[in-house]
Design a protein. Structure first.
Length: 284
C-alpha cells in the first residue's frame, strides 16, 4: 500500500471497526457487513455533490453533442477556427468538456481508499480485523474461489452477491441507453449528409474540390456512435469481474457503491428534464 493512501486507509479502518463494535449489540454477526454498507453509504453521501456535478457535466456534453458534430462537419479542415467556434459554443452554453470528468477524478482517491481498506490483509502494519469477521459464517476476507465445496453457504453467498451486482449492472446499462440522447447518432448522420450535400453542391458550382475532410462518412459516424454505446453498456459489467477476484468485504463494498451510483443517477434523471432533441444549427 502506498504511503499516500496508507494514512487515510488507516483512519477509515478505525472508523469502520468502531462502527462495527457499535452495531454488534444490535446486529450481532451482521455487524461487520452492516458497518461496511453504512460507512460506504455515508462516504458516498459526502461526495454526492461531486457526483452531481459530474452528471450535470455529462448531460451538458450529451446535449451539445449534435452541435459539436455540426461544427466538426463545417470546420473539420480548419483546426484553429474549429477550436475557436467550439470554445465559443462552450462559453455560450456555460459548459466545459472537463465538467463531467474532473469531479470523478477528484472522487478517485476517496473510492480507492475504501476499496483498499476492504481488500487489504494488513492496515498500519497490523492484521485487518474486519476481514476476520464473517457474514453468515463466511469470513469477510474469503475469496469466491477459496470455497471448499460446491453449493455451500460460501458459494451461495458469493453467487447471490454476483447476481445482484449483475442485475444492477444491467440496470445501469439500460439507464445509460436512456441517458444518451437518441438524437445524437441521428444528428451525426444528418450533419454528415448535410456536409456531403454542401460539398457536392460546391463541387458542382466549381467553387472548390471535395476533399476527404469535407466529405463526411455517414455510415462511419453511425458506426462510431454504436461502438461508443456498446462500450458504455459493457463497462458496468467489469464490476462483477472485479468482485469475483476480491474478498467478500470488497464485494460488499462494490455492491453498495454500485447501488448508490444507480440510485443517484435515477434521482438525477427524475429531477432533470429528459434530454430533448437539440436542433442542429443551420450555418449560412
Amino acid at each position: 500500500m502506498s504511503v499516500f493512501l496508507g494514512v487515510p486507509v488507516g483512519a477509515a479502518y478505525h472508523l469502520v471497526f468502531a462502527l462495527t463494535l457499535l452495531l454488534t449489540p444490535v446486529a450481532g454477526g451482521l455487524a461487520a457487513a452492516a458497518a461496511i454498507v453504512l460507512f460506504t453509504a455515508a462516504v458516498r453521501l459526502a461526495i454526492s455533490p461531486l457526483s452531481l456535478r459530474a452528471m450535470r457535466g455529462q448531460a451538458a456534453m450529451a446535449r451539445l453533442a449534435p452541435q459539436v458534430k455540426a461544427l466538426q462537419a463545417r470546420y473539420g479542415g480548419q483546426r484553429q477556427r474549429f477550436s475557436q467556434e467550439l470554445a465559443a459554443l462552450y462559453k455560450r452554453e456555460g459548459a466545459s468538456p472537463f465538467a463531467g470528468f474532473l469531479p470523478l477524478l477528484v472522487q478517485w482517491p476517496v473510492l480507492s481508499v475504501m476499496y483498499l481498506l476492504f481488500r487489504s490483509v494488513t492496515v498500519d502494519g497490523t492484521p485487518n480485523k474486519l476481514l476476520s469477521m464473517s457474514l453468515f459464517k463466511v469470513p469477510l476476507g474469503a475469496h469466491w474461489l477459496s470455497g471448499a465445496a460446491l453449493l455451500s453457504v460460501h458459494d451461495a453467498l458469493f453467487l447471490a452477491v454476483f447476481a445482484v451486482l449483475a442485475a444492477l449492472c444491467w440496470l445501469s446499462a439500460r439507464l445509460a441507453r436512456r441517458t444518451v440522447p437518441a438524437a445524437v447518432p441521428a444528428a451525426a448522420v444528418t450533419t454528415a449528409h448535410r456536409a456531403e450535400k454542401a460539398a457536392n453542391g460546391k463541387q458542382a458550382r466549381g467553387t472548390g474540390p471535395v476533399t476527404d475532410r469535407t466529405r463526411q462518412d455517414p455510415a462511419g459516424a453511425l458506426a462510431n456512435s454504436r461502438a461508443a454505446g456498446l462500450l458504455t453498456r459493457l463497462l458496468p459489467y467489469l464490476t462483477v469481474v472485479i468482485a469475483a477476484f476480491a474478498p467478500l468485504a470488497a464485494a460488499l463494498y462494490l455492491l453498495t457503491t454500485v447501488t448508490w451510483t444507480l440510485a443517484e443517477r435515477r434521482v438525477f434523471l427524475r429531477h432533470t428534464a429528459p434530454a430533448s432533441r437539440v436542433p442542429v444549427p443551420e450555418h449560412r
